[in-house]
Design a protein. Structure first.
Lengths: 112, 115
């Protein structure tokens, strides 16, 4: 089945540790996205990538890093520089142009 | 950057009643998406609108994009418990040089359907 997969669904980390969230898609989509969602709020764009080996900062990129070495994969690293990393993280992918995005089921990150 | 404002922030509707959610953009929309989200889950695509004056329907949900392409509404007729959730509007950036790559969303509208 084609789709977009995020793992893990729940993640717990100690404060000061870096953590990497996985996002894989087998839809052959060119563009991939990472969003952060806080309780009662909408989605805020962290990073996006439209082609392999290229990515752009979104509105809240500070404290995060990404890579796009393969078309199907777009991992997000939450670094220790991110001051408030506890949130729900969503990954999405789409074809370029004005087309709809497909979302993963999200990863809930809790930093203790 | 483009901002999308949704209203209302939340609403409670009795089962069987109609409801409307609005999404307003500060810039001309080149496309407008509507998604539904259940708490703690991913977003489910509902509809996409591109042309001014366009209207689309799926089951009891109708979405419209105004002629100026700066406002969209989502209307649910005869609401059911299955309509409960968070509804979000999204749009690609109006930057042609970016190939509409930057995809942004409104803050969402929480819908509660009561018996």
């Amino acid at each position: 089945d084609g789709g977009i997969t995020q793992s893990p669904k729940y993640l717990f980390r100690k404060e000061g540790q870096n953590v990497t969230l996985s996002c894989e898609q087998n839809l052959n989509h060119d563009a991939m996205y990472w969003y952060r969602q806080d309780p009662g709020q909408g989605l805020r764009l962290i990073y996006y990538s439209q082609i392999v080996n290229d990515f752009q900062k979104g509105d809240i990129a500070e404290g995060y890093s990404v890579s796009r070495e393969k078309k199907e994969s777009f991992p997000l690293t939450v670094t220790s520089a991110q001051k408030n990393p506890t949130a729900f993280y969503l990954c999405a992918s789409k074809w370029t142009g004005v087309t709809e995005a497909f979302f993963g089921q999200g990863t809930r990150l809790t930093v203790v | 950057s483009q901002e999308l404002e949704q209203s209302p922030q939340s609403l409670i509707v009795q089962e069987g009643k109609n409801l409307t959610i609005n999404c307003t953009s500060s810039k001309t929309l080149y496309g407008l998406y509507w998604y539904k989200q259940k708490y703690g889950e991913g977003l489910i695509f509902l509809m996409m609108l591109q042309k001014g004056g366009e209207e689309k329907s799926h089951e009891k949900i109708t979405a419209k994009l105004d002629e100026k392409k700066q406002q969209s509404s989502l209307h649910i007729t005869a609401s059911q418990p299955s309509h409960a959730g968070i509804y979000l509007c999204g749009a690609p950036s109006p930057d042609l040089a970016d190939s509409w790559g930057k995809l942004q969303f409104g803050a969402g509208t929480q819908v509660v359907v009561t018996p």
